[in-house]
Design a protein around this ligand. Sequence first.
Ligand code: IPM
Ligand code: MG
Length: 362
Amino acid sequence: MTHRILMLPGDHIGPEIVAEAERVLRCLGDVFGLAIELEYAHLGGCGVDAEGAPLPQSTLALARAADAALLGAVGGPEWDGLERSLRPERGLLAIRAELGLFANLRPALAFPELAGASSLRPDVVSGLDILIVRELTGGIYFGEPRGIRERADGVREGFNTLVYGADEIERIGRVAFAAAERRGGRLCSVDKANVLESSELWREVMTGLASDHPDVALSHMYVDNAAMQLVRAPRQFDVMVTGNLFGDILSDCAAMLTGSIGMLPSASLDELGRGLYEPVHGSAPDISGQGKANPLATILSVAMMLRHSLNEGELADRVERAVATVLGEGLRTPDLAAEGAPAIGTVAMGDAVVAALQAQAG
Ligand code: IPM
Ligand code: MG
């Protein structure tokens, strides 16, 4: 069976890192017989420039027809002045909503080779292996009503709505419990149930799911404490499940524990496991066009795609092993290199991963 993959390079460093991911996919095709058909489309600022919308209709149609999509990154200062509906981020939010990608998996894994790169002490972060399961198509990001209006006294106010249906909580809960079953068997649900009714229901629904998953130890934590625990003693966590906004914040925090946000992949999945895969980092306008972006998070996103959408778990393992190999060889892009230490560029890092994959074939 040929897998149809939609490539969405996006903006700034996006095309540079997606090019390396493409080389990895092609190598898997040539060396290990992965049957793929790649298509390209615009998402983000490039969509605005080329087709007048951050999520062009043509992109959406291709995404619906594909088995999976790989995104580089979207956004940049040149589009910040546009009206809200044309900003690159809207394209990302719209494709998540249109494709029903409610389950966002964000692993934070500390590679032993990079233990020194974290801003926390190596003894605090070594061996870290957390999976954040973030609800991605609901909560305050999408709740209505929303807007900016004028109060009776003439003062303007901005307002948003934090709303979660029990059905939305349950479906993300099921994804998180299943992930905990496959991993270390511990699930921490993060909320703000001491203040918010939406969190009160969240906690109730998560607790209700626990009886279906006797092998998972469920705990609850308020989000402020969770942020503190992530930097105090992050290894206490296995899987964390939380809503859209809390998950946005906590996943950046967890990412930094590992030393480089340039290493972290993510998956956004629908009910059937079809998904959009992307590095957690952004489009890095400050280094775009310089050939020094780290392509590893995008390459690791390919591994997640192979595992979660294409049913090619063995090839996913190979890609992850290849990344571990190049790190073990001491190869570093500038974001990973210690101060003053030698670093290599985007293409050279892609070369190294491809070489490591070829070496696996013997
Ligand atoms: C993320 C990003 C997005 C989000 C932005 C770019 C809309 O921060 O994927 O974490 O807030 O979800
Ligand atoms: Mg974010």
